[in-house]
Write a protein that binds this ligand. Structure first.
Ligand code: ADP
Length: 481
């Protein structure tokens, strides 16, 4: 099949979270399965310098954005057979210090930036000599694309591609004032409660949910959760109405990036049969983050956006209590200044037990995954979550709240004593998380059990080769409708 994917971020060119990893890996897996995948993404600042192999295409856009016309250019790269990436150049919109925000403040023109980008996606779908069967859009930034495709069909485009929307996180919907609707240049009837309108506001994700031929989200459990009021972020009614077109597919892992045997970021390679060498990564990590170097102290880690979703409040409270035991904790992340302060204070109170690093550091992320004994993900909600799957592959036992993809990917002892690879807790509370940490401390003192958990985790297979067939089925289902 021919699939045009569209995403506001794409690893390794741009990344703020799991979205970038997922789209890159899915595109690659589609190509490797013999399909033709093309991806459209913005050309952000610094990309050409970092990736000089990206080449200019002989293609310029001049597209309406409300009453104005906006020019853009096109660049491209073919990283491997069957895969081509298009980069949309629009310096005023994309040549900026941040992707979505600077210093925690969203760009005021994110509506214009991503409506323009969505138009470029549709323009490519329309005018490329390569005709996609499906346009697969990801998250709110491109969720108006299905509406734009429908508009072109109304205007006489006979064989417009079908559309697939993946929701990576329902909490981010792209909501803007009603006046922003004029930037879409869509017919006015798209601004109604069955499409883009949400109580007088423009809601980009809502339009995608209402109008895409098929909707996926990144784990089966999250697909069920978002149809409930508790997790539905105001769109549960619409999602229930579209339930027959809503499918949950657990994200895969790109093991070419996230592995312990051929990985330039690790201090020492190791594997399920050479597990003892994991220890060297622990000792080097302790040294790197200036914690006491001691293989006997259980080391806990977290890599995360510091957002409410991630359960930072209960994690800080649980650590406060648990750090009175002989454990160490290392955290990497950035986000809310209030949570950053919380971690700084924790590190100040437990200087020889806690190491915190703020900012984005891909290399340190691998080292934390490899060096820690346990990985904490106490999310309030978690559409899929990748780090728990990375942890499993790295033999680092995840301690997770049983929600969304965390519940779908980790096996607790109560579910299967034989294949248990992590610890789950249910209640969203510091107390429940502390109990999970206590269980992990017990596992840590039992060398055989610890090894079994690690091996079970390392053997779990979330490879894209297994997952990609599900997407192909989903794409095919749109062709029949
Ligand atoms: P989300 O997409 O909600 O942020 P996921 O667990 O799905 O969460 O994906 C997060 C991805 O971003 C993982 O690949 C993780 O390693 C990475 N990541 C998050 N914060 C950082 C950071 N500060 N430095 C390096 N990588 C990070």
């Amino acid at each position: 099949m021919k699939i045009l994917l569209a995403s506001s971020e794409l690893f390794p060119f741009s990344k703020t979270g799991g979205l970038a990893d997922m789209v890159a890996a899915l595109a690659r897996a589609l190509a490797q399965a013999g399909h033709e995948a093309r991806v459209v993404t913005p050309l952000y600042r610094g990309m050409l310098k970092k990736f000089p192999q990206i080449k200019r295409e002989d293609w310029e856009f001049n597209l309406p954005l409300g009453p104005h016309w906006i020019r853009g250019g096109l660049w491209s790269l073919e990283p491997e057979r069957g895969l081509k990436i298009y980069f949309v150049e629009q310096p005023e919109f994309f040549d900026r210090a941040g992707i979505y925000h600077e210093q925690n403040v969203s760009y005021a023109d994110n509506d214009a930036r991503y409506i323009f980008f969505s138009k470029c996606v549709v323009h490519l779908a329309r005018w490329l000599p390569w005709h996609a069967d499906v346009v697969h859009v990801h998250d709110w930034q491109v969720a108006l694309v299905p509406a734009m495709l429908q508009q072109l069909e109304r205007e006489g485009w006979g064989n417009a591609p079908r559309s697939c929307l993946t929701i990576h996180n329902l909490a981010y919907q792209g909501v803007f004032p009603g006046e922003s609707f004029q930037l879409t240049n869509l017919a006015s009837d798209f601004f109604n409660p069955n499409a883009a309108e949400y109580f007088g506001l423009v809601n980009c994700l809502k339009a995608g949910i209402a109008l895409a031929d098929v909707i996926t989200t990144v784990s089966p459990r999250y697909a069920r959760e978002i149809t409930t009021e508790e997790y539905g972020c105001g769109l549960d009614g619409l999602l229930r109405r579209r339930m027959d077109k809503l499918v949950g597919v657990l994200n895969g892992v790109d093991y070419a990036e996230w592995n312990t045997t051929k990985n330039p970021h690790l201090f020492q390679p190791y594997s399920v049969t050479r597990l003892a060498e994991k220890k060297i990564n622990k000792l080097e990590l302790q040294r790197l983050v200036a914690l006491p170097v001691d293989e006997h102290i259980p080391l806990y880690g977290t890599i995360s956006r510091l957002a409410e979703q991630k359960g930072v409040d209960i994690q800080l409270a649980a650590l406060e209590e648990m750090l009175n035991s002989n454990i160490q904790f290392v955290q990497l992340g950035s986000g809310s200044p209030e949570f950053e302060r919380g971690y700084r204070e924790l590190a100040a109170r437990f200087p020889d037990k806690v190491a915190v690093r703020f900012g984005y550091d891909e290399s340190l992320a691998h080292r934390i995954e490899a060096g820690c004994d346990f990985f904490l993900m106490p999310s309030r909600f978690e559409p899929c979550g990748l780090n728990q799957m990375y942890s499993l592959r790295y033999g680092t036992i995840p301690i997770v709240r049983a929600t969304g993809g965390l519940d779908d990917s980790v096996v607790d002892f109560t579910e299967s004593a034989k294949t248990a690879n992590g610890i789950k807790f249910f209640e969203y509370s510091a107390r429940a998380l502390s109990k999970g940490i206590r269980k992990s401390m017990a596992i840590y003192t039992n060398a055989n059990l610890l090894k079994t958990y690690r091996q079970n985790g390392m053997k779990a297979d979330f490879s894209w080769a297994k997952t990609v067939g599900k997407f192909v089925e989903i794409y095919k289902s749109t062709q029949l409708s």
